[in-house]
Design a protein around this ligand. Structure first.
Ligand code: MLT
Length: 411
């Protein structure tokens, strides 16, 4: 008899977004003519940028010729993409990252979920709360936690509440843990960490020999050039931080799939006997064993994001979504809602009206306005009483959703 991994049984019944889809599908079947507007999952809606499409076509044509055909690629990514990442995402901001510190992958969801595999099962963990559920669930699956309580908090995970009082960017704790997950711009709260905030975390990690797992999947949405985009813009971060970046939201790749993780040479952990081991070596070993890299055509498409046309076209896409975010923020703010974020992230975080719980508001919004959002409590107990609205949709739908929400719930 094959025993199952019983840690899976500790998980909440379903992952958040499938649960939302289930409720929306049930509503849609019962109300087939309802004009549903989806501002729930943060999924891009604009078509791929022309420079990306051109690169995809050209790469397919290459693969169709005997000379241009490629089979397995280098595990960590083709040099043309590693070089483009190094130059445009790091060197352009004064950060030095070597190509052999970059690992191209098929998504930051996977990377942020898989990275825990290279750490001991007895490592202590910290997340900010509310939190992207992948960080928590993958550690539960790996047996690094105890059971969940009635609020969805797992024993063995340290939750740092992200609240209105701390601007949804909690400072580091006064004691130590081994691994801390940070996400900035934050999913779900949309809050962004400034230089001082990130420096406090880097200093804490170095003082405590901790590792920061820094998810920067939304860095392209930062509007203020003075705000750090990469944790490596902070002195000392090379010693203690792993960073994840994605093409999903910045360039419409949610269905194309390309991302990368950076592990600097200096970043290390210890064995039980105290020997220091570079984390990069462990991740490289994992990558080589469990992954055969991203398809050549997709890596060509990702590299095209850094071409001069690609940069311009994808920046226009980001601006389009950020204008949506501005309209949601302003429209709902003017209607009397308490709204946050949406300035450096494609998410608006709002208080639910009339003291409704997050799921109560979700259900009422769906039923009364046919608008779908994401209940804050789905991201953790401190999200209760909050709600996330995504800016990824057409202008018409976003404006229409704001009007409907205002008319149904505004003051
Ligand atoms: C979200 O809506 O939180 C994201 O789309 C989830 C993801 O990127 O996996």
């Amino acid at each position: 008899m094959a025993r199952i991994n019983e840690h899976y049984r500790k998980l909440q019944a379903g992952y958040l977004f499938p649960e939302i889809s289930r409720r929306v599908a049930a509503f849609g079947s019962a109300n087939p003519n309802a004009p549903i507007i989806r501002l729930g999952i943060g999924d891009v809606t604009l078509p791929l940028a022309p420079a990306v499409v051109e690169a995809l076509h050209a790469a397919v044509d290459e693969m169709a010729s005997a000379e241009g055909f490629r089979g397995y690629g280098p595990e960590n990514g083709y040099d043309f993409l590693l070089d483009a990442i190094r130059e445009h995402d790091f060197a352009s901001r004064g950060v030095s990252i070597e190509p052999n510190e970059i690992f191209v992958s098929d998504g930051s969801k996977q990377d942020s979920g898989n990275i825990q595999e290279i750490f001991g099962t007895d490592c202590t963990l910290l997340v900010t709360d509310p939190v992207y559920p992948v960080y928590v669930d993958t550690n539960v699956m790996a047996g690094r936690t105890g059971d969940g309580d009635e609020n969805g908090r797992y024993a063995g995970i340290r939750y740092l509440p992200a609240t209105e009082e701390n601007g949804f960017t909690p400072p580091p704790p006064s004691d130590r843990v081994d691994l801390a997950y940070l996400c900035s711009p934050n999913n779900p709260t949309g809050a962004v960490m400034d230089r001082a905030g990130l420096t406090a975390w880097v200093d804490w990690a170095r003082a405590n020999d901790a590792i920061l797992i820094f998810d920067a999947a939304y860095d392209a949405f930062i509007q203020d050039p003075a705000l750090p985009r990469s944790i490596y813009e902070i002195e000392g971060a090379r010693d203690c931080a792993i960073e994840m970046r994605s093409f999903s939201k910045r360039a419409g790749f949610t269905g194309v799939r390309c991302a990368y993780t950076v592990i600097p040479a200096e970043c290390s952990g210890t064995t039980a006997s105290g020997e220091r081991v570079p984390l990069r070596e462990l991740w490289a070993r994992r990558h080589a064993t469990k992954f055969n890299s991203v398809p050549y055509v997709i890596q060509r498409a990702a590299a095209a994001v850094f071409s001069s046309d690609g940069r311009k076209q994808t920046a226009e896409q980001v601006s389009f979504y950020m204008e949506n975010a501005r309209r949601v923020r302003q429209g709902l703010g003017d209607a009397g809602f308490t709204v946050f974020a949406g300035e450096h992230a494609p998410y608006i975080w709002m208080r639910t009206p009339d003291g409704l719980s997050s799921w109560e508001f979700f259900d009422r919004l769906l039923n009364e306005t046919n608008v779908v959002g994401t209940p804050g409590s789905g991201f953790g107990p401190s999200g209760e009483g909050y709600f996330r609205i995504s800016a990824f949709n057409s202008r018409e739908n976003v404006d229409e959703a704001v009007t409907r929400i205002r008319d149904a719930f505004g003051s």
